[in-house]
Design a binder for this molecule. Structure first.
Ligand code: AMP
Length: 299
């Protein structure tokens, strides 16, 4: 069956309900379109893990903190539908902004603490916009399962917490970050990089890998780990640092001593383009094979 493009909320709801009534499980992969191989990885998991698979492609205005970023965000619906079709997606949900927000919204979903630091600190309202639109998509599609990328690890943590706290009957599944051969995390924004910026971009991942390696080798001092990563970025004058943090894997709160699994996350600017990336790191194991920290290793 070919992929159907759905523009209306009522029709999307009806199609998903019909699938459910026919005993089919419903899957959702939320995206902002401009699909690349990172999205394709989520869609393949979704295809294997659900009977009726919906990919949403919606550039959500309420999660942009800068109007210029929203205006410049790539929109490639025709190509996205082709990609979805090739991957066996049942429906692409691509509503207009007026369909999703017919009036100025007054109700929002806010996930405290998890959204406080990192991107939350630098992009006011961003995670409120994300949590609100994902909750709307969950209400419209009613998925049994939804797939999200670790590329946006803080977003994943926000969604997991929203689902847990608000009892959404959805299983949230994480997909590892898909990277270019040189390590750069795939992103719809990468296509905005100039040739020089693109050449500098992989330095971000290399710095994060360096930091994760230090943690793996037993360094528990988050400050030292950060300094080593920052030293790696210093050789790249074209790259402007927004943040680089070591945060607890569960709470996304900054840590000073690394005694449990952490995310090392960073945001940088290359010219007009903002890139984010993150890596997982766990404290070194003791010679006995158990973690040096209670509770560590339970990623
Ligand atoms: P976006 O279209 O950027 O909002 O992303 C939609 C979904 O795709 C989110 O769950 C992202 O985390 C995920 N995603 C984006 N880029 C990648 C990537 N390089 N690897 C894995 N997942 C990704």
């Amino acid at each position: 069956m070919s992929t159907v493009v759905v523009r209306e909320i009522a029709r999307m709801r009806r199609m998903a309900e019909e699938a459910r009534r026919a005993g089919r499980s419903v899957g959702l992969v939320p995206t902002m379109g401009a699909l690349h191989e990172g999205h394709a990885a989520l869609i393949r998991r979704g295809r294997a893990g659900s009977d009726f698979l919906v990919v949403s492609a919606f550039v959500n205005p309420t999660q942009f903190d800068r109007a210029e970023d929203f205006a410049r965000y790539p929109r490639t619906l025709e190509a996205d539908v082709e990609t979805c079709s090739a991957l066996g997606v049942d429906a692409v949900f691509a509503p207009a902004a007026e369909e999703m927000y017919p009036a100025e919204p007054l109700a929002f979903v806010e996930v405290a603490a998890v959204s406080e630091h990192l991107c939350g600190a630098f992009r006011p309202g961003h995670f409120r916009g994300v949590a609100t639109v994902v909750s709307k998509l969950f209400h419209i599609v009613g998925p049994d399962r939804a797939w999200f990328g670790e590329k946006d690890a803080q977003q994943l943590a926000v969604i997991r917490r929203m689902v847990a706290d608000l009892n959404f009957p959805v299983e949230v599944l994480a997909v590892p970050t898909v990277r270019e051969a040189d390590g750069l995390a795939m992103s719809s924004r990468n296509r905005r990089l100039s040739a020089e910026e693109r050449a500098e971009a992989p330095a971000l991942y290399r710095a994060l890998e360096e930091a994760a390696g230090m943690v793996g080798r037993g360094c528990a001092d988050a400050g030292a780990v950060k300094r080593a990563a920052l030293a790696r970025l210093d050789g790249h004058p074209g790259m402007r640092l927004e943040y680089l943090e070591v945060v607890d894997e569960g709470s996304f709160q900054p840590v000073e001593r690394i005694t449990a699994p952490v995310r090392i996350a960073a945001a940088v600017w290359l010219g007009q383009t903002r890139l984010i990336d993150n890596v997982f790191a766990a404290p070194a194991l003791s010679p006995g094979g158990t973690s040096t920290a209670p509770g560590a290793g339970s990623a």
